[in-house]
Design a protein around this ligand. Structure first.
Ligand code: PLP
Length: 401
């Protein structure tokens, strides 16, 4: 017998498990709206044109080699990544107050942040919005940071429970870490307004709490990189400290290349420098140093004015297609006279719609219509196309009547 005889079969990941089930389904009309990955109108994965061009440039550079990178990765990428989220004129960057390290996409950045907080922050307890991206609940405890929820989504309005959120932040201990989705909240697609962000910022700062922004969708929500950075920049502009994880999975379509960064904005340059030195001690025993290729692609796009401009156009194209899917789905539900209020399909922002469909309605749609989504009723708008909207609307209609 094996020494691992007693190992139990683990459950599938709730999000990635949807794709496993989808792959097993032989139906030709099957539709996967589980995973948040962008698809074209033809339902195909998209490699951005600027990514192809950046890769061609990299191949042409004869001096490139496969040497190890520094522990904190590609320094040029780190600099440009911080500038992308904080803005070109950021005083925090100008004063060297930001420690930035390359990370294994957004997930890796969150994990490094958690381990750093567990080792160096007096109150390693994080408050997470309810609901939140499922992986947050695992990353933080495993990284040594205990977690608690705060109210965020109101199922009645399918919008933000602003009052509840402020109450919970006020009730949270001084100094607690507060996780905030920088834009395009996953899974709900519900973001605070600029006015509400202002109220949230005031409470967090008045209690000396530490914001940890998860920024996985910059540019994907509104189509504008600057607009989607609003919340983060408003928190950095007040001079306070924060952490920001960044992912280039969605906005550059670099999913499997695992390109991201963790930024820690500090009060002073000497603190940032010491923080940077400690981040190396987190990374070195975990994976030693990050991979070369993806960050080199991202850096090439971020540093070349022409590629950057073309990237913003392609990014806006993806965001606009998602917004157009919202309108098409909404119209299709109206045409069918589907009972209920579906305004939230239009109002929510980013990759996902939190439909409000319950677990048994989701199961019905999977069983009868071969449509796959997470059991909380979240659908990826980026996985839809004009061709598949009617099928989805038929299924939603049948599920609620
Ligand atoms: N944070 C949120 C809210 C996300 O939705 C995702 C991806 O789905 C991530 C972080 C991290 O993704 P990745 O590790 O692929 O960058």
């Amino acid at each position: 017998t094996s020494v691992f005889e007693n190992v139990q079969q683990a459950p599938e990941d709730p999000i990635l498990g949807v794709t496993v089930a989808y792959n097993k389904d032989p139906s030709p009309s099957k539709l996967n709206l589980g995973v948040g990955a962008y698809r074209t109108e033809e339902g195909k994965p998209l490699v951005l044109d600027v990514v192809k061009r950046a890769e061609q440039q990299l191949v042409a550079e004869k001096s490139r080699n496969k040497e190890y990178q520094a522990i904190t990765g590609n320094q040029q990428f780190n600099k440009l990544s911080a500038r992308l989220i904080l803005g070109p004129d950021s005083p925090a960057i100008a004063k060297n107050c930001v420690a930035t390290v390359q990370a294994l996409s957004g997930t890796g950045a969150l994990r490094i942040g958690a381990e750093f907080l567990a080792a160096h922050y007096a109150k390693p307890q994080i408050f997470l919005p309810m609901p939140t991206w499922g992986n947050h609940n695992k990353i933080f405890p495993l990284g040594g940071v205990s977690q608690k929820p705060y109210r965020y989504y109101d199922p009645k309005t399918r919008g933000l429970d602003y009052e509840g959120m402020l109450e919970d932040l006020k009730a949270a201990p001084d100094g607690a870490v507060i996780l905030l989705h920088a834009c395009a909240h996953n899974p709900t697609g519900v973001d605070p307004t600029e006015e509400q962000w202002e109220g949230i910022r005031k409470v967090i700062r008045s209690k000396n709490q530490l914001p940890f922004f998860d920024c996985a969708y910059q540019g994907f929500a509104s189509g504008s990189l600057d607009k989607d950075a609003y919340a983060v920049r408003s928190f950095v502009a007040d001079g306070g400290e924060c952490l920001i994880s960044q992912s280039f999975a969605k906005n550059m379509g670099l999913y499997g290349e695992r390109v991201g960064a963790l930024n820690i904005v500090c009060r002073s340059a000497p603190v940032a420098s010491r923080v940077d030195s400690q981040l190396k001690l987190v990374i070195r025993p975990m994976y030693s140093s990050p991979p070369v290729h993806g960050a080199a692609i991202a850096a090439a796009i971020l540093e070349d004015g022409n590629l950057f401009k073309n990237w913003t156009v392609e990014l806006k194209g993806m965001a606009d297609r998602i917004i157009s899917m919202r309108h098409q789905l909404y119209d299709a539900l109206q045409e069918r006279g589907t009972p209920g209020d579906w305004d939230h399909v239009l109002k929510q922002i980013g990759m996902f719609t939190f439909t409000g469909l319950n677990k048994s309605q989701v199961e019905f749609m999977t069983r009868e219509y071969h449509i796959y989504m997470t059991s909380d009723g979240r659908i990826s708008m980026a996985g839809l196309s004009s061709r598949t909207v009617p099928h989805l609307a038929d299924a939603m209609h049948a599920a609620v009547v």
